[in-house]
Design a protein around this ligand. Structure first.
Ligand SMILES: [Zn+2]
Length: 92
């Protein structure tokens, strides 16, 4: 009876140790999916020339509740001209 109890205890202890080992292995996983992107460091696309740039460096235009980013004032002007004549769709 005592032998059986000690065997059960050994099994339980083994399972507990295995679980601990598994948990520690899981928590040791390197943060591969951790993106260093911050809200102030997002890449935005110029809808006129299709260039990608940092939103902090872009020329910003807020129109109709949407924010557009341009690489230069020239592109912004082109966009505004196109939006007026309907050449460039403002939507997606
Ligand atoms: Zn541009």
């Amino acid at each position: 009876m005592v032998a059986l109890l000690s065997r059960i205890l050994m099994i339980v202890l083994g399972i507990w140790l295995l679980r601990r080992l598994l948990l520690s292995m899981m928590s040791k996983k390197p943060g591969a999916g951790r993106a260093p992107a911050k809200p102030g460091n997002t890449m935005v696309k110029d809808p006129v020339c299709g260039m990608y740039m940092d939103c902090r460096l872009a020329v910003r235009l807020e129109e109709g509740g949407e924010t557009f980013f341009f690489c230069s004032e020239e592109c912004k002007g082109k966009f505004l001209a196109g939006a007026r004549t309907g050449e460039i769709p403002t939507g997606r």
